[in-house]
Design a binder for this molecule. Sequence first.
Ligand code: NAD
Length: 486
Amino acid sequence: MITEADLVASVPNQLFIGGQWVDGAAGETLDVRDPATGEVLRTIASARADDGLRALDAAASAADGWATTAPRVRAELLRAAFELVRERTDEFALLMTLEMGKPLAEARGEVAYGNEFLRWFSEEAVRVTGRYGLNPEGTGHMVVSQRPVGPSYLITPWNFPLAMATRKIAPALAAGCTVVVKPAELTPLTTLFLAKVLQEVGVPDGVVNVITTHHSREVSAPIIADPRLRKLSFTGSTEVGRTLIAQASERVLRVSMELGGNAPFVVFEDADLDAAVEGALAAKFRNIGQACTAANRFIVHESIAEEFASRVTERVAAMKVGRGTEDGVNIGPLIDDRAVATSAGLVADAVARGARVLTGGESLDGPGTFYAPTVVADVQPGSEILTNEIFGPVLAIATFTDEAHAVALANDTEYGLVSYVYTRDLARGHRMIDLMQTGMMGLNLGVVSNAAAPFGGVKLSGLGREGGLEGIHEYLSTKYTLIPTS
Ligand code: NAD
């Protein structure tokens, strides 16, 4: 087993542009820290605007060659990358735990999930089809084909360092697009490690370029404004997503936006309570609560709320908090001080408005940025915790009286990424599929993510879908040709 120090030292610490590992032109660096200890893991290059444009130059130069590379060749490169990531599961998992904080078992889960996008889109690369048909007048043949959209800029968040990168890179490459990837400055090491894999398996120079920076806005704006860029795909907060959509609007750039969430988790009185408790723990505490899909509001029928609360509290109180590398840890550190302050502030506001803390409710002494896994019950309408994305290990319970009330509460949010519903009534379950205003839903299940499924939201949660049959179409544009029949 590789040591932490050897692993971190094996991660490239430069920008990856046109197949070369290079320092930023201004020679700037940024420190990547372990959130469990606060210590610097690795110091890496930090790009400025010129470096970003050089990366776009490389992606633009490689674009035609990659677009005309046979789909089978593209597919096999993705497949080779999948195999190599699988071989390096332990390394990828440990690296993510070190830079992001999630428990090692969860990091392994993310390697399996994130890597699946490489396999899935290696399979999709050879299945891009079109249509051929006669127009209704009988005067012409209509040919509809799909073309790669062109050089794409991919911006990813810190919370799932591998999966958020592969979920964009794999469909882009499968479709025939070259990319510039900008990982979050808090967790860039995994993307650099992935770029090394892509280089090793022989992805041609310039097809994938990676820029790391702590000047995200300064580096991104000129790339987005450049006419050679054809696509922007972003995963992150709604706030930043909005500003990027505004920038992209100048050039009517195609955008995909995977933004914030505020998932309701509805437990009806007829639910299987054992399953609901298990689902609740997974939906809330996976990734230390730092997932866009994290259940944010537990909306529980008043007749079972007490029992649900006491059963989840028993389990949450027993959770082990610590560095994600330690055995048996369920809850690692939050990403930074700001995240701890957010959880603490939302709990304080809920309590001030009448909620009860059943367990946790406090930040833990450092080093590292830890917040105790928490349950708050009797959350009152108007509490900030019901409208803000918590992004921490806090399970907040409110109650409802009847089905219409549950639906109204669940949909009372500007977000619409995912919802979770627990009921044993089949007809009610089907009604909920129609009534929940979300792009995804777990019906009697607390985790929905799958590479074969279209991931994405409605309302302020974004535009477009990643994964599934839909994912590759974010990187394709439709071309229609009419040919006279005679
Ligand atoms: P963030 O919006 O702060 O940052 C996301 C990325 O954007 C990072 O790479 C960051 O460096 C970059 N960025 C920030 N400002 C920028 C700017 N002005 N121009 C260009 N790039 C900029 O989000 P975060 O804190 O990294 O991630 C957490 C958020 O992401 C949460 O809201 C979460 O719900 C959301 N998220 C959504 C999904 C999804 O699929 N819907 C998945 C994971 C996370």
